[in-house]
Ligand binder design. Structure first.
Ligand SMILES: [Zn+2]
Length: 228
């Protein structure tokens, strides 16, 4: 079976997270054998993860992944900039990755700073980007979701036009270890939030009357729920 098949990848990630939550241990393969094989044969990650730099979030551990399994890009607030997109272009264009997960998390310091309106130095690029996409939202977890969905949109609009990929949003709970793949959260146009970057949030295609989905992903054909 295709290692890069999106349905298979999503199930691998979900099962990896269940294993992590059950065991509380890092169960990815980081053995000498895996290390040597990856060195000799090159890397073949089955998914890319855009994650916050927060030290409580370890993407490989969260998904029980080992050496060579995940292509991880990290920044405070899991923001998407040119470096993020360039890194993803490499993963998708040169390594065959077809699933990109943007994973925010609970208790995110970057989100908290954005909600307080505090920033200094270079962090202004992070905080202002988050503030632009969360609008008037004051709840930290909802703000994290909005920030993740904005990153999903940016990646989708940039890469999905050129590559057959899916981009999924997720929130990691730093307390219980679970990963929630994002559902459609904004059921009516009256809840549309103003101002995600240069375009309004309704470009996320959050439509009225759409059923709750187990997770939402963007492919070249538009928003879709890939698993029942
Ligand atoms: Zn964070």
């Amino acid at each position: 079976m295709d290692r890069y098949d999106p349905d298979r990848v999503m199930e691998t990630l979900k099962e990896g997270n269940r294993r992590y939550v059950r065991s509380g241990a890092f169960s990815g393969d980081v053995s000498h054998t895996a290390r040597v094989r990856a060195a000799d044969e090159g890397q073949h990650p089955f998914a890319a993860v855009v994650s916050c730099s927060d030290s409580r979030v370890i993407p490989e551990a969260v998904f029980s992944a080992g050496i060579g399994d995940l292509f991880v890009i990290r920044s405070a607030g899991n923001i998407v900039d040119g470096c993020t997109l360039g890194s993803l272009e490499y993963a998708v264009g040169h390594m065959g990755v077809r699933v990109v997960v943007v994973m925010g998390h609970t208790c995110c310091g970057a989100i908290a700073e954005a909600l307080k309106g505090l920033h200094e130095g270079h962090s202004i690029e992070i905080i202002d980007g988050i503030r632009a996409c969360i609008g008037g939202e004051r709840d930290p977890v909802e703000a994290s979701r909005l920030n993740v969905l904005n990153s999903v949109r940016l990646i989708s609009e940039d890469l999905s036009a050129r590559h057959d990929i899916v981009v999924a949003g997720a929130i990691y709970d730093v307390r219980d270890g679970t990963v929630e793949f994002l559902e459609e959260r904004f059921p009516s146009s009256s809840h549309e939030r103003p101002g995600i970057g240069p375009r309004p949030l309704h470009s996320l295609a959050l439509r009225a009357g759409t059923a709750i989905r187990p997770w939402l992903a963007w492919s070249r054909d538009g928003w879709a729920s890939l698993t029942a």
